[in-house]
Design a protein. Structure first.
Length: 531
C-alpha cells in the first residue's frame, strides 16, 4: 500500500441516483435507515434526493432532520433554474431551500448539444442559469456543489464552452465542480486527459467525479480521476443506479484507502463496508452479488484444493488484502473439486478432522457422491455439518426422531384460491407426534406441521427464520421431470448466525423438506452442544 494522507471526500447518492435503478423502490423508512447506515460508515456527504420530484423525497428531508446525522452532511439535489424565470421565483430553487439541507447540489448542462436540443436556450442563457442558481444558494448560506452533467461528452464536443460552464459555477461560489460521465461511455484515457486539462485550466478549484457504469469502467474511471487531481468522489453503495448503475463505492473506497493509502471515511469505519453493502441490498430488496469485489460473500472464498492448501500456509498466496479490513471474512468452500485440506479447513474444530486423514477422506468421498446427485454445499453450512455428522457415525449423529410419513395436500377449486394442508407423523422420544397444519403454500404448511410436532421437546425450532429460498434445475435434459436443488438461507437471531441448507430431489416439495430437516437438526444439535 502506498502511503498518501491526501483527503478524498466521499459523496453517496444511493438515495437519489441509486433509487433510479430498475426494480428499486425505497420507502421513506428505507431511506432514513440507509442514511443512518451511511452516516455510520463515515461518508462525507449523503444526497437525500430531489425534493421537488416527489412527496417522499420532500418528506425525507423533514424526517432526517428529526433523527439527525452524526457526521455526514446532508445534500439536496436539484437542477438549475428554468429559462425565463429568476432563481428567486423558480419552484425548484424554492424546494431546495425549503429542504433546509445544509448542502445543495445543482446539476447543469455543460454539453452544447443539450443546451441546443434539450434546454433550447442560447449558450449565454445556460451560463446565466448556472450562475444565478448557484449564486442564490451561496447567498442563502448553503454549501453548493455543481454537477457538470455530461461533462466528458461536452468537453470532447466543445471544450471551450464546457470550460465556460465550469467557470460560471466557480465564479458563482461553487465549493466543488463535479465532472459527470453521465452516459457512462468515457474511456480511461479520455477521463485522464480531460481531468488533467480541467485541473490546468482551473488551478486551485476542488474537482469531483461522478461516473456511470455503461462500459463497466465507472470504478476505474473514478480512480483514474483521483490520480489526476480529483478530491471528491461520488457513487452509490453496490453501484446501483439507472441503466448499468453508478460507480460502486464499496469498490472505490477500499481501492482509495487500502491500495492507494488516501485518507477516506472516518478512522476505523471502513470495517463497516461489508455490513453496509448487505444492508442496502436488503433494504432495496435486491439479491446479494456473491462475486462482488471486497464485500461479496465469494470475494475471499477459496475452493480449489491447491489454493486452500496454500492459504493455510500463508494467506497472502491467494488474497490481495486482509478481508477483515472491510468487514468481510475468509471462506473455505467444499465441493467435488476440493482436496482433503478443504475438508480439514472447513469442518468445525469440534469434529477433530484436522489430524484425521481417514475421516477427511470419508467426508470428501461422501461429499463427492452427493454432488454427483446434484447437491452443492458451498452456501449450505447446515447441510455440510449434517453430512459430516452422519459420515462420522454414532459419536456425532443419532436420529432425533423417526419419520413415519409426511403428506401435503393442495386444494384449488375452479375460480377459488389454492389452500394447502400438511400432515407430519413421527416418533419422538418414544411417543407418536401426528400433526396437521395449514400454510401459505406447501413448504410453509410442512414447516408449521414439523415445528408443531417438535416444539414441545425442542422449542428452539421457533428461532429459525427463512431469509431466502432458491430453486435450481439440476439436469435440464429431463425437462419437467428434472431434479431440482433447493437452497434455503436461514437467520437464527438467538444464535446470532446466518446459514444455509440444501436438498435435492425430482420433487420440489421433497427437496424443500430435506433442506428443512437439515436446518432443524443442525439447530437442535447445536443448541444441545451449547448446553
Amino acid at each position: 500500500m502506498t502511503e498518501n494522507k491526501t483527503r478524498i471526500e466521499t459523496y453517496d447518492t444511493t438515495l437519489r441516483d441509486g433509487s433510479q435503478a430498475e426494480g428499486v423502490s425505497l420507502s421513506l423508512e428505507d431511506k432514513l435507515e440507509i442514511a443512518q447506515a451511511l452516516d455510520a460508515l463515515g461518508v462525507d456527504y449523503i444526497e437525500g434526493g430531489y425534493p421537488l420530484s416527489n412527496p417522499k423525497d420532500a418528506a425525507f428531508f423533514t424526517a432526517v432532520r428529526k433523527r439527525g446525522l452524526r457526521c455526514a452532511k446532508l445534500a439536496a439535489f436539484g437542477m438549475t433554474r428554468r429559462k425565463g424565470v429568476s432563481a428567486e421565483q423558480d419552484t425548484g430553487m424554492k424546494a431546495l431551500l425549503d429542504s433546509e439541507a445544509p448542502v445543495v447540489t445543482i446539476v447543469g448542462k455543460t454539453w452544447d448539444l443539450h443546451v441546443r436540443e434539450v434546454l433550447r436556450v442560447s449558450e449565454d442563457e445556460n451560463l446565466a442559469m448556472i450562475a444565478d442558481s448557484l449564486a442564490l444558494m451561496v447567498a442563502r448560506g448553503r454549501e453548493t456543489i455543481y454537477d457538470a452533467e455530461h461533462f466528458f461528452d461536452g468537453y470532447q464536443a466543445n471544450a471551450e464552452y464546457a470550460l465556460r460552464t465550469l467557470r460560471a459555477a466557480r465564479d458563482a461560489g461553487a465549493s466543488c465542480l463535479v465532472l459527470c460521465d453521465t452516459n457512462g461511455g468515457s474511456t480511461l484515457a479520455q477521463v485522464a486527459r480531460t481531468v488533467k486539462a480541467v485541473a490546468e485550466a482551473l488551478p486551485g478549484v476542488k474537482l469531483g467525479i461522478h461516473c456511470h457504469n455503461d462500459c463497466d469502467l465507472a470504478v476505474a474511471n473514478t480512480l483514474m480521476a483521483v490520480r489526476h487531481g480529483v478530491r471528491h468522489v461520488q457513487g452509490t453503495v453496490n453501484g446501483i443506479g439507472e441503466r448499468c448503475g453508478n460507480a460502486d463505492l464499496t469498490a472505490v473506497i477500499p481501492n482509495l484507502a487500502v491500495k492507494y493509502g488516501y485518507d477516506v471515511l472516518r478512522p476505523g469505519t471502513i470495517k463497516r463496508l461489508t455490513e453496509t453493502s448487505r444492508f442496502v441490498y436488503e433494504a432495496a430488496n435486491l439479491n446479494f452479488r456473491d462475486n462482488q469485489p471486497f464485500v461479496g460473500a465469494a470475494a475471499f472464498a477459496h475452493k480449489g484444493g491447491m489454493h486452500v492448501h496454500a492459504v493455510q500456509r500463508n494467506v497472502h498466496t491467494y488474497e490481495h488484502m486482509d478481508p477483515e479490513l472491510v468487514g468481510n471474512q475468509r471462506r473455505i468452500l467444499v465441493s467435488e473439486l476440493s482436496g482433503a485440506s478443504n475438508i480439514a479447513a472447513t469442518a468445525p474444530k469440534k469434529f477433530g478432522l484436522a489430524d484425521d486423514r481417514d475421516a477427511q477422506r470419508k467426508v470428501l468421498q461422501r461429499l463427492m457422491e452427493l454432488e454427483n446427485e446434484g447437491y452443492q454445499f458451498e452456501a449450505a453450512e447446515a447441510s455440510f455439518e449434517m453430512l459430516i455428522r452422519k459420515t462420522l457415525g454414532e459419536k456425532w449423529y443419532r436420529p432425533l426422531w423417526t419419520l413415519d410419513h409426511y403428506r401435503c395436500i393442495i386444494l384449488r377449486r375452479d375460480g377459488g384460491v389454492a389452500s394447502t394442508e400438511a400432515t407430519v407423523k413421527l416418533t419422538l422420544g418414544g411417543r407418536c407426534e401426528h400433526r396437521v397444519a395449514e400454510g401459505d403454500g406447501p413448504f410453509n404448511a410442512l414447516h408449521n406441521a414439523l415445528c408443531s410436532a417438535l416444539r414441545g421437546t425442542h422449542p428452539c425450532v421457533d428461532d429459525l427464520h427463512l431469509m431466502d429460498y432458491k430453486v435450481r434445475v439440476v439436469n435440464t435434459a429431463a425437462e419437467t421431470a428434472a431434479k431440482v436443488r433447493v437452497l434455503i438461507d436461514w437467520h437464527d437471531p438467538a444464535g446470532e448466525q446466518y446459514f444455509g441448507s440444501v436438498g435435492v430431489s425430482e420433487n420440489i416439495i421433497d427437496a424443500s423438506w430435506l433442506a428443512l430437516l437439515d436446518a432443524i437438526e443442525y439447530k437442535i444439535l447445536s443448541e444441545g452442544e451449547k448446553a
